[in-house]
Design a protein around this ligand. Sequence first.
Ligand SMILES: CC(C)(COP(=O)(O)OP(=O)(O)OC[C@H]1O[C@@H](n2cnc3c(N)ncnc32)[C@H](O)[C@@H]1OP(=O)(O)O)[C@@H](O)C(=O)NCCC(=O)NCCS
Length: 233
Amino acid sequence: MTPPGQRVSLAAVRLSDVDLGLVHLLEESELARSTTFRSPTRRDAFTAGRIALRLHISALTGDSPKSLKADYFCPVCSNPTDPGHGIPRYQLPSSNARLRVSLSRSGNWCLLAASLNHGIAAIGVDIENGAAADFDGFASLAMTANERGLLQKAPPAMTAKLQTRLWVRKEAVLKALGTGLATAPSLIDVSALTPAGVRGPALWKVEDIGPASVGLPEDFVASIATRQRGDAQ
Ligand SMILES: CC(C)(COP(=O)(O)OP(=O)(O)OC[C@H]1O[C@@H](n2cnc3c(N)ncnc32)[C@H](O)[C@@H]1OP(=O)(O)O)[C@@H](O)C(=O)NCCC(=O)NCCS
């Protein structure tokens, strides 16, 4: 089997390099969502990420970035007051091909993932900068017993980075599940690269992404989770 990471187009983009003049590529629902950010920095980061994601999909499918129809879906709320949020989905004008995408921002960077592979049912990516998950009480709130065991065995100098590593794996799985943090992170175990706590664990794979392999700065931690279609093995 080809490793999932090789069936997914991945790219890291520096948000400040994205031309915000391309905001016309976005749809009403996306522009409406951008107005919900009070901080101009966060608003620009949101807009840049959405533009970059359209350009990334366009490079994969050949469709023009403006022709992609955003169809974000939140499985938690059926009547969103925050439009255009949830699982990122885009309809292609050219075909009914199964497009799967994911996006993660941290600081001035975002990681984008897109796949047209028929065998992939869901993708999630997550990035964090350095030891972002290193705060008091984090392990007891978000980690499983297995994960806490790994952290206890790690040399003290490695603990913060390992905690962040486990966190990005976990967020990648939660995004591929489509629930995000509406599922308690402590229910998903990512101490191994086949996650536990998900349905059909054999269909799942988590991969750590070397920052240099996608052009992220060295202090970033990144992971991708993929779920295969049940009938594709
Ligand atoms: C989804 C979530 C894990 C994102 O993590 P984060 O570290 O804050 O942010 P990231 O930059 O890594 O990811 C943001 C991206 O995740 C994706 N995303 C959001 N919700 C998602 C979901 N339910 N499933 C999969 N992906 C999701 C979107 O592409 C989003 O990009 P956008 O800002 O352009 O919409 C987290 O914000 C979360 O779980 N939020 C609450 C979920 C919830 O309760 N939703 C109910 C609202 S009614």
